[in-house]
Design a protein around this ligand. Structure first.
Ligand code: FES
Length: 345
């Protein structure tokens, strides 16, 4: 059985099942509420029931005063809806509301999806799930080697199961270790999140996503968040890979296209004749610049007037100059261009 939950003062609505906590239901729906322990200890997820009934799902340490209880204060991480609800609550508004966290995770799964691409799945403790905004990045620390910054590739709606895309780079200690020594259940300590590359949820403009190679990871996180939020505006993903076959999650992108009326997908490839390897393509400034200019040409052919769009673009910094110039020549305002150019792809 499911119930409709309305948050005040924002008016955001979502559906909550009878057997899940209100916090779980909100996160699943892409709504970022304040919380920390997720087990009734810290008090951080407090909200005030304005109408409707809830049921406590477990015993907990944090307690409101009798006066607060009479006013309807409850912990959303240990209460489930038993009717339609209206709840007064403080929502996490932006990056400034997301605390810096240090979380020991376990390796849950390693998918070697291509020779040089590993999809790494990490699981947080149930009582210490990760709060982040789609598109942000973290540092990953494995015992015995320096931490490495990586973008999250998964949706904040699943705060316990996290995904990262690791490219194997010859001679790179971190990626070598992931590909040859990392084991299931091994500890990877996360610190973060960081970065202001995240979805502007207040904008109703159509969105263009542009990813280069494994720069797809933060774009995937944002698209999955947009899907959880059920955004209605058109979404168009351009994924540039230097060589055919390098779109390592092509089927996922196609499944979004099949399932969503407002989603378009264009897989692009760069200079197929040059013979550079895919790794060279994503690090060589000349090759990257050329590939991204090719992507820009394709985008402005489809959308010659970009004044009314939001564009989210991820690529190495050295590859972005030409495409950014082209997009701006076609009317894209600076404030509607969201760039992620760190070298962690
Ligand atoms: S998140 Fe800590 S009490 Fe709910």
């Amino acid at each position: 059985m499911s119930f409709q939950v309305r948050l005040l003062p924002s008016g955001k609505e979502f559906t909550a099942e009878k057997n899940e906590t209100v916090l779980e239901a909100a996160l699943r729906s892409g709504i970022s509420l304040n919380y920390s322990c997720n087990n009734g200890t810290c008090g951080g997820c407090g909200g005030r029931i304005k109408s409707g009934q809830v049921r406590e799902t477990q015993q907990h340490d944090f307690h409101f005063s009798d006066t607060q209880k009479a006013q309807g204060h409850v912990l959303l991480c240990v209460n489930a809806a038993q009717s339609d609800l209206e709840i007064e609550v403080k929502e996490a508004g932006g990056i400034e509301d997301i605390p810096l966290q240090l979380i020991p995770t376990k390796v849950e799964q390693m998918e070697r999806i291509q020779d040089d691409i590993m999809i790494l799945h990490l699981r947080t403790p149930r009582s210490q799930t990760l709060r982040f905004l789609a598109g942000q990045h973290l540092s990953l620390a494995i015992a015995g080697m320096p931490p490495r910054n990586k973008s999250l590739a998964s949706c904040p709606c699943n705060a316990m199961h996290l995904q990262f895309h690791i490219r194997r780079v010859p001679g790179d200690q971190f990626s070598d270790y992931v590909f040859t020594h990392l084991k299931i259940s091994e500890t990877v300590t996360l610190e973060g999140p960081w970065g202001n590359f995240s979805l502007d949820e207040s904008s109703k403009r159509p969105i263009i996503f542009v990813a280069y190679e494994t720069g797809f990871a933060p774009i995937k996180s944002i698209i999955e968040h947009a899907i959880a939020l059920e955004l209605e505006q058109p979404l168009h993903l351009y994924w540039m890979a230097h060589q055919p076959g390098n779109h390592y999650l092509n089927n996922l992108c196609r499944s979004w296209f099949d399932a969503l009326d407002n989603f378009s997908y264009t897989a692009l490839t760069g200079d197929k004749l040059s013979g550079e390897s895919s790794w060279e393509a994503s690090t060589d400034p000349v090759v990257g610049l050329r590939d991204m200019e090719t992507a820009g040409t394709a985008i402005v052919a489809d959308h010659p007037d970009l004044a009314g769009f939001e564009v989210y673009l991820t690529a190495p910094e050295s590859s972005t100059e030409g495409i950014v110039e082209l997009l701006q020549q076609h009317g894209l305002p600076k404030g509607q261009l969201h760039l992620d150019v760190m070298k962690r792809f």
